[in-house]
Each structure stands twice: as structure tokens, then as C-alpha cells.
Ligand binder design. Structure first.
Ligand SMILES: [Zn+2]
Length: 201
């Protein structure tokens, strides 16, 4: 079995519409091909998420707009090639269709300041600003939503600022990347990447 034959079978397998022979062939290929194995695990996860969320319906207009901004698969290119080149975005597009509705409603109900990370005792939170003072250190990623961030100390991970501004002092050390996200759709794609592309670098 080739990779191009395997991908449609993965979908059929997850839909429960493969026969025994096809399923066995697919499993054989997945054992031999790490790339298809990875794609399969992502699809399986998407499938599980979709099946665990029966009440979601995406608003047509927004889904359309996001789908139009996704990369288009050239006709000549195989699905697998396209998935390989856009691992996060292609899985995200599957995900967006079904999850967007519920996510955006969560989004609009949840506008207060949210801080996510480890050793949060290193932070000072005042007047809607999350402050990492000089000499203080947060290990791991820091995510702040709905507030501003001031980094004077050391952040050993990524900084993710959603719907807020960030400032870094000259004393600040940030070992990871800074993501500033100000739109719900971008935020969703970021989340999807976090879920589906763990430590890809
Ligand atoms: Zn393969």
C-alpha cells in the first residue's frame, strides 16, 4: 500500500466503513510508515473530539471566511503531500468546521483575565496587568488572555498574549517565542496547533 492509498482508507477506517482486509492492510502500512502513522493519530484525535462534541454547529459565514484563508491544495499534489506541508492548518480546517460554534460562544462569555502557566506565584497581577518582576522566574509557557503583560524577569518558555498588549523590559529574558493573538480565529488555530503538533520543531 502506498501513502496516497492509505489516507482515504484512514478516513474510512475512522468512519467504520473499511472491511477486514482493508483494515489489516492499513494497519500494516501504519506500522511501516511513521509519517502516515502521525497523520492517522491526528485524524483519530480529531475524530474523537468531534464525536465528543455533539452540540456544535459552526456559523456558516465565519467558517467560510476562515476556509478561504486556508492554503489551497494544488490539483497536482497528493493529499498527503498537502497535509505534510500544512500539518497544523489542514487538521485545523477539519476541526474548525465542527468546533468553531462552541468555541466562539465560550470566547464571548469568557472575557475576564485568564492566566495559564506553572509557578504563577512568581507573577504580580494588578489592574488587569500581569507583571513578572525582575529577579522572578516562570518556567514553562505563560498564557495571558484578556489582560496586558509586563515582563521584567525571566520566562523560560513561550509567551502567549491573547487580546492584550505586552511589554518587555531590558532586563527581561524570554527563552521561547512571543505570540500576540488578537482574534478569536487566530486563537483557535493556535490552540489547534498546540493540540495537534506537539513539539514539532
Ligand atoms: Zn505512508
Amino acid at each position: 500500500m502506498t501513502c496516497d492509498e492509505a489516507l482515504p482508507l484512514m478516513h474510512e477506517y475512522l468512519d467504520g466503513s473499511t472491511d477486514g482486509t482493508e483494515a489489516a492492510e492499513l494497519k500494516k502500512h501504519l506500522l511501516q510508515c511513521p509519517e502516515c502513522n502521525r497523520v492517522f493519530r491526528e485524524l483519530e484525535m480529531t475524530d474523537a473530539l468531534v464525536k465528543s462534541s455533539p452540540h456544535v454547529a459552526a456559523p456558516d459565514d465565519l467558517t467560510d471566511r476562515i476556509m478561504k484563508s486556508l492554503p489551497v491544495r494544488p490539483k497536482r499534489e497528493s493529499w498527503l503531500g498537502w497535509v505534510k506541508r500544512h500539518p497544523a492548518i489542514s487538521v485545523a480546517s477539519v476541526f474548525l468546521f465542527v468546533m468553531l460554534g462552541s468555541f466562539l460562544s465560550m470566547w464571548s462569555q469568557d472575557q475576564e483575565l485568564t492566566v495559564k502557566g506553572s509557578n504563577l506565584d512568581q507573577l504580580v497581577i494588578e489592574d488587569g496587568t500581569v507583571y513578572l518582576p525582575k529577579g522572578h522566574r516562570v518556567s514553562g509557557n505563560l498564557m495571558v488572555r484578556g489582560g496586558d503583560v509586563q515582563i521584567d524577569g525571566e520566562l523560560d518558555g513561550n509567551l502567549v498574549v491573547v487580546d492584550g498588549q505586552y511589554h518587555t523590559a531590558s532586563t527581561a529574558t524570554i527563552s521561547g517565542k512571543i505570540y500576540s493573538i488578537n482574534q478569536a480565529a487566530e486563537w483557535l488555530v493556535y490552540q489547534v496547533k498546540e493540540i495537534f503538533v506537539p513539539a514539532a520543531q
